[in-house]
Ligand binder design. Structure first.
Ligand code: SF4
Length: 501
């Protein structure tokens, strides 16, 4: 009897890659994906970058339990690492698995599915024949020993609540989750997470304490992954990490030959595999060094996507200093200019910007507006500052909070500028031919006879006509619709040409 599961993702691409790896292993073991309202196990892959992210995860857990009280809910990810007790106390949660033990998440889910299946079989007078690996067996295989920590709080005992086991400690295991083969499937362009953790100490961020120091996936494993992905028909792969630009910096001399930089790794991928397109996810501004920018110049627009996401956070020198960010606004602008020289105007530039960091004055916010105005951003991810307990930002917020209404006003102004810049960037491509990959098309778009695509330089485009996902093709951009999405027609014969290339 096949059991069913659902994975709900919150957070960054790196966190999503963890969730996809768990999902892939469960699918490979014969379990099927279902909606949370009917699934046997619901895995909530949390983020804890802001208090809002925590709230969203708790709300989802409550909703999932209300819709499907029988489901075993497994909570994993950064929130599970940062505050496991908080989550273990929520009704419906069957297990909490922090990032330190995330490699065990599939085994813990197998165990829960087996228990559930066993109950169903017992009800029919059967016993179960085959055994999947248990979490303890997986731990032993990893050379680790661990027993789930069961935390008892006075409140939960008084309330007569069942306690859920917690798998989390302050070690940061980095193992077979990342080694699970990425496949073109539910995600046409999956993430391959090749780096974990961060050694920076940005004052607003909890990641260094939830994910530990930087750790890289060895290059031989990365190459195997890419080869497996291409052999399974994959066309576009996204390299991701918590601090991707630090890939390889943790390798010692005893850990084999180079490459030990992200650019060197990408070069090896191009030499050793026929992967048609590689995309790099977010990279910190100062990690865009001459070698990486040189790689963009050499391969950008062919096998490497002309797309660069450099988190900005603020355009004010003083705010960046309070954030403990390692660059100044002029460093950021210099990196952007170098990238534009390397890739040309086809480059799509993206950034994260945080609004309302403690003490952000009107003048400091205006500096951010001016820098955003000056640079050719194709999109911006905007976040209001949200204080995280245990970070220096929490104390700074207690001392110099920016009033919520001021944050709201600044968000609105910046959002309007972001929309304007995004439209201006997209409009440059009307009448141009661009290379793109077809995606899984939402039902509503499919009903209109269209296909969702993403161009090599990261522009979402609605293509006339229906195509299945994961095809590379050239399209001719004909215009932009009322929602600001580009529209296009396929360039005749481009599908065959690219596919046979
Ligand atoms: S670079 Fe800063 S914001 Fe990014 S993960 Fe590291 S500490 Fe957090």
């Amino acid at each position: 009897m096949a059991s069913t599961f659902h994975v709900e993702h919150f957070g960054c691409r790196a966190a999503r890659a963890d969730g996809e790896a768990v999902s892939e292993r469960l699918r490979a073991a014969g379990h099927c994906v279902r909606q949370p309202s009917v699934a046997d196990v619901v895995i909530v892959n949390t983020c804890s970058v802001t208090a809002e992210a925590d709230r969203a995860a708790r709300a989802f857990i409550r909703r999932a339990h209300r819709l499907n009280p029988e489901a075993r809910i497994v909570v994993t990810g950064c929130y599970a690492q940062r505050a496991p007790e908080e989550l273990a106390g929520l009704t419906g949660v069957a297990a909490v698995v922090g990032n330190s033990h995330k490699a065990l998440a599939p085994e813990i889910v197998f165990q829960l599915l087996r228990d559930r299946e066993g109950e169903a079989l017992k009800g029919h007078g059967f016993s179960r024949a085959e055994e999947a690996p248990t979490a303890d067996a997986a731990l032993a295989a990893e050379g680790m020993q661990h027993h789930p920590q069961v935390l008892v709080s006075v409140e939960s005992v008084l309330a007569g609540k069942a306690l859920s086991p917690i798998w989390a400690d302050d070690r940061f295991a980095h193992s077979f989750i990342e080694a699970a083969q990425v496949m073109p499937g539910a995600q046409t362009r999956p993430n391959l997470k090749i780096q974990e953790g961060c050694e920076n100490r940005c004052t607003f961020c909890v990641i260094p304490s939830t994910r530990g120091p930087s750790k890289s996936l060895p290059h031989a494993v990365v190459l195997r992954q890419v080869e497996g992905f291409v052999a399974a028909g994959g066309n576009e792969l996204v390299l991701s990490g918590i601090n991707l630009g630090r890939w390889g910096r943790d390798f010692s001399d005893s850990e084999g030959a180079p490459p030990r930089t992200l650019a060197g790794l990408a070069r090896k991928i191009f030499e050793r595999t026929p992967l048609p397109r590689l995309r790099l996810s977010s990279i910190e501004p100062m990690d865009w060094d001459a070698e990486l920018i040189g790689l963009m110049e050499e391969f950008g627009g062919t096998r490497l996507a002309r797309h660069a996401h450099l988190p900005l956070q603020s355009g004010s020198d003083a705010v960046l200093r309070r954030m403990h960010r390692r660059y100044r606004p002029w460093h950021y602008a210099k990196k952007v200019v170098a990238l534009l020289r390397a890739c040309g105007p086809e480059l799509t530039l993206g950034a994260d910007v945080m609004v309302g960091f403690p003490g952000e004055s009107d003048a400091e916010f205006e500096e951010t507006m001016a820098l955003v105005q000056a640079l050719p951003f194709g999109y911006l991810h905007l976040f209001p500052f949200s204080p995280r307990p245990g970070t220096p930002g929490w104390t700074l917020h207690a001392e110099r909070p920016v009033p919520a209404e001021v944050v709201g006003e600044r968000m609105a102004v910046l959002r309007a500028l972001a929309v304007e810049k995004s439209l201006a960037h997209r409009a440059r491509f009307i009448g141009r031919e661009l290379e793109a990959i077809t995606l899984h098309t939402p039902a509503e778009m499919e009903a209109r006879g269209r296909t969702a695509t993403l161009t090599e330089n990261f522009l979402p485009v609605e293509l006339q006509g229906r195509q299945e996902a994961n095809r590379l093709l050239w399209l001719r951009v004909s215009g932009v619709n009322a929602e600001g999405t580009l529209e296009a027609t396929a360039v005749e014969n481009s599908l065959q040409t690219l596919c046979s290339a």
